[in-house]
Design a protein around this ligand. Structure first.
Ligand code: NDP
Length: 252
């Protein structure tokens, strides 16, 4: 129970990577505030954690709204007494080639990922600095290295790497570690939706991706969740400002 007496807040915790990470942190003993855009999925993840014997609550929180974010952290701390771990995972894609990308597609992705990570980290550090203890994990992607049709998403995922390193520098003096995970192809609703949008069968898309991944398989949410748990643990207490690629190989 490496997270006994620890409290975590996960954004985008209703589905995919966020949901799995919430469960892994809870299995390690953390009380988890599961937040998501919609209350339903957040509550579902929280209910699964409680059914497995863990502690969790579900909270609706749109990470693009400062009011929502601040209120979610307040509720989490009111419920569980402190805040030790933030996993900022909420995310969307609005893929398009540059010449077709609309301003709305650009703005939605920039606001969700970059402003969302900024607001979440800013809210978290208020509690963590006072405790002189905290673990923040942000979510980048192999797309940070460039990906056709993802000018918006690649830009924000690269931006999150800069944010991670800067926050590690600013917050280190307060006992706060800040790192990022950068997943490759992970099987979630997000990648399934990409296949649908491209008119490609998801199983075929996975098989094609697996052929060029050194470990010859696509990732699962638990592959990311366990790395987030490690970065959120005291075993990683001298790791900060790092970006860990979780892609079945050395590059995208
Ligand atoms: P999912 O779509 O399964 O989960 C993302 C969750 O984030 C959803 O529950 C979604 O809610 C929520 N969300 C979206 N916008 C907001 C918002 N404004 N406020 C709060 N919650 C929001 O995706 P994944 O689990 O695949 O992705 C999780 C993270 O991992 C993202 O940051 C993504 O960019 C990143 N990632 C994913 C990869 C992959 O291959 N799957 C690869 C690399 C990075 P709703 O259902 O309402 O939209």
């Amino acid at each position: 129970m490496q997270f006994k007496d620890r409290v975590a807040l996960v954004t985008g915790g209703g589905r995919g990577i966020g949901a799995e990470t919430a469960k892994v942190l809870a299995a390690g003993g953390a009380a988890v505030a599961v937040t998501d855009m919609d209350l339903g999925p957040a509550q579902e993840t929280a209910a699964e954690i409680r059914a497995a014997g863990g502690r969790a609550i579900g909270i609706a929180c749109d990470v693009t709204s400062r009011g929502n974010v601040d209120a979610a952290f307040e509720q989490a701390v009111k419920e569980f007494g402190r805040l030790d771990i933030l996993f900022a995972c909420a995310g969307i894609t609005r893929d398009n080639l540059l010449h077709k990308m609309t301003e709305d597609e650009w703005d939605a992705v920039v606001t969700t990922h970059l402003k969302g990570s900024f607001l979440s980290a800013q809210a978290a550090q208020r509690y963590m600095v006072a405790q002189n203890y905290g673990k923040i994990v942000l979510t980048s992607s192999t797309s940070a290295l460039g990906n056709r049709g993802q000018a918006n998403y690649s830009a924000v995922k690269a931006g999150i790497q800069g944010l991670t390193k800067t926050l590690a520098i600013e917050l280190g003096a307060f006992g706060i570690n800040v790192n990022a995970v950068a997943p490759g192809f992970i099987e979630t609703r997000m990648t399934r939706a990409t296949a649908e949008r491209m008119g490609v069968d998801f199983e075929q898309m996975k098989a094609a991706a697996a052929k060029v991944i050194p470990l010859r398989r696509v990732g699962q949410p638990k592959d990311v969740a366990h790395v987030v748990a490690f970065l959120s643990s005291d075993q990683a207490s001298y790791v900060s400002g790092q970006v860990i690629y979780i892609a079945g190989g050395p590059k995208a």
